[in-house]
Design a protein around this ligand. Structure first.
Ligand code: ATP
Length: 264
């Protein structure tokens, strides 16, 4: 499988009469950062789940060449983890591996957990209850959890959701540092492209059963998005930020979160 760490070949996924995507061919290179965009229900999470083998493609194949780390969407019902210490939460990632039982297994587990905590600079609150930490600190732990597997591919499902701008920047910087240091490819599902704009190599934009894949400039332009949505969409750059406006599907603009800004 040449250099790609992840390859979709002629892939498609449909539920009953609903098609999320089809004919997707995509080779993800080591260290590549791909932003996965699209309106609610367009199939972004399902795409990640297809890589994890949690949902079967209805056409074609997806093949991973290396270990996969997963940072799932955060849900309110994650509250049952709030009593755990930070290092216990991170340890769940290490438990998915094959380090076995016994002293050597335990030592190896501890080493991996400590290394992952250090990688995200979370050692100082490793023994604090998760529920006492800020949203940004909790997100660092969840990244550390994914890193205990030393992944070649990181699947991130809206890791910036509910974080303030400073914490968003910390999370993005951590992921970028990881992919530069270890050449870990990143598939990053997000409704907010701007925080990751400087790092994005390619955008995969899903909408209405279709997709566009290419560089930011190739996908995030008025012609490409209007064609994808089948209605007029305007993409403008303001102060280095992308603003997506217009069309009957105006909710798409709100999802990018910049409609109000553009209007003001
Ligand atoms: N196992 C399933 N069976 C039937 N439909 C499903 C199944 N899994 C997902 N879907 C549907 O597929 C569509 C895509 O869901 P998905 O969660 O991937 O969207 P998304 O782009 O991640 O949305 P959001 O931005 O809201 O998180 C939704 O309409 C969902 O209801």
């Amino acid at each position: 499988m040449s250099e790609a760490v992840l390859r979709f070949t002629g892939s498609g996924l449909s539920f009953d009469t609903r098609t999320l995507w089809r004919d997707l061919d995509l080779d993800v290179a080591p260290g590549e950062f791909i932003a996965v965009l699209g309106p609610n229900g367009s199939g972004k999470t399902t795409l990640l789940r297809s890589v994890l083998g949690q949902v079967a493609l209805t056409e074609g194949d997806v093949t991973a060449n290396g270990r996969i780390g997963y940072i799932p969407q955060q849900h309110a019902d994650d509250s049952d983890t709030m009593m755990l210490r930070g290092r216990d939460l991170v340890g769940f990632g290490a438990d998915g591996g094959s380090w076995g039982m016994g002293l050597r297994g335990l030592r190896s587990r501890r080493t991996r957990v400590d290394a992952a905590l250090a990688e995200v600079d979370a050692t100082r609150y490793a023994n604090t209850a998760v529920g006492l930490l800020s949203g940004g600190e909790q997100q660092r732990l969840r990244i550390a959890q994914a890193l205990t597997r030393d992944p070649s591919i990181l699947l991130c499902d809206e890791p910036l959701a509910s974080l303030d701008l400073t914490s968003q920047q910390v999370v993005v910087d951590l992921l970028d540092a990881r992919r530069r240091r270890a050449r870990t490819a990143v598939l990053f599902v997000t409704h907010e492209l701007n925080p990751v704009l400087p790092f994005v190599d390619r955008v995969l934009y899903l909408a209405d059963g279709r997709f566009r894949i290419g560089t930011v400039d190739e996908v995030m332009n008025s012609a490409a998005l209007s064609d994808l949505y089948g209605s007029p969409i305007e993409v403008v750059r303001i102060g280095g930020r992308l603003v997506v406006v217009g069309g009957e599907d105006s909710h798409h603009c709100v999802e990018h979160g910049y409609a109000d800004e553009a209007a003001s």
